[in-house]
Design a protein around this ligand. Structure first.
Ligand SMILES: [Fe+2]
Ligand SMILES: [Fe+2]
Length: 304
């Protein structure tokens, strides 16, 4: 961890918590806090759950989960329990609790696995199965817990590596989402044209949560071969906003001219979560196409 004084950390927190700042700056502040970690960073991030932006708040929860710090459990718990928060934000809080993976969270996740908001219910079902998996890791699974994308995934990859079989499992709506997610993460790890096309079929699944995860994974892979699927998803105005948001951010991380062009088209989308995603995604593409050292470099700007 970088050695940084409290005042500098709090200044980054102020950028994050300032609704007058452009969304892309607030995102950079958030990623800087996530990377620095520790109690003050968690406090600054927690305060921001008062904000109006669903996009920003769901990202706060995501980052808290990825930080893997048990000090974030109380705030994530209160967000999951707060029915006035948007289901997208509550979903991300549930997923983050699963990522932290504390066995004591079992009861809480059980309570919300039947939440009326389907995104929240499905997330808690997956998180519960992840807790179980962490507790009873089968020996062949032991090497699977770490993602090659350095993310804490909602489910580990499966042990299968046959694309056809993986696609079959992924699309089998009678199977638990956890098993279908495992197949999805294996397809991601294969990274071939066949596995990307198989993942693209995932956009036909009935669960919006599932479809948003496919888009998220394409963002991690940053592979041009997924662009047609992502473009179609963002352009479909009848698609769930959580899925379109994730498609926009994935396009931002792939960052070809074609991606930029489509993102610009939705900068004024009537749905705030979609238009803010396009704004942030265009900022990410700018970074992808520039020689800057680190995407989230608020620390440098705040200190100088
Ligand atoms: Fe999500
Ligand atoms: Fe997201």
């Amino acid at each position: 961890m970088v050695n940084i004084n409290i005042a500098a950390l709090e200044n980054i927190g102020k950028v994050l918590n300032d609704p007058k700042r452009p969304m892309k700056e607030r995102f950079r502040a958030l990623f800087t806090l996530r990377n620095l970690g520790g109690e003050i960073a968690i406090k600054c991030i927690s305060e921001c759950f008062q904000d109006e932006s669903v996009l920003l708040k769901h990202e706060l929860a995501y980052c808290l989960g990825q930080m893997q710090d048990k000090n974030a459990i109380p705030i994530l718990r209160s967000v999951l329990e707060d029915k006035t928060q948007d289901p997208i934000v509550r979903h991300e809080a549930g997923e983050a609790l699963g990522a932290i993976g504390d066995p004591d969270l079992k009861m809480l996740l059980e309570k919300y696995q039947h939440d009326p908001a389907i995104e929240v219910a499905e997330t808690c079902q997956i998180a519960l199965q992840r807790l179980n998996w962490v507790a009873n890791k089968a020996s062949e699974d032991r090497n699977l817990s770490k993602s090659r994308y350095e993310s804490i995934d909602p489910a580990p990859p499966s042990v299968e590596d046959n694309v056809e079989k993986l696609q079959q499992t992924m699309m089998d709506e009678s199977k638990p989402l956890f098993d279908r997610y495992r197949a999805m993460f294996s397809l991601r790890n294969l990274g071939t044209t066949e596995s990307i096309n198989a993942l693209g079929q995932g956009f036909k699944a009935s669960s919006a949560l599932f479809r948003h995860e496919v888009a998220f994974i394409f963002g991690q892979m940053q592979d041009e071969r997924s662009v047609p699927y992502l473009k179609q998803t963002l352009e479909d105005v009848t698609e769930h906003e959580m899925v379109r948001h994730e498609a926009a951010e994935a396009l931002g991380s792939i960052a070809t001219d074609e991606c930029t062009e489509v993102l610009k088209k939705y900068l004024n989308d009537p749905r705030p979560v979609v238009r803010e995603s396009c704004e942030v995604a265009l900022d990410m593409s700018e970074y992808e196409n520039s020689p800057e050292f680190q995407y989230a470099n608020t620390l440098l700007t705040v200190q100088s």
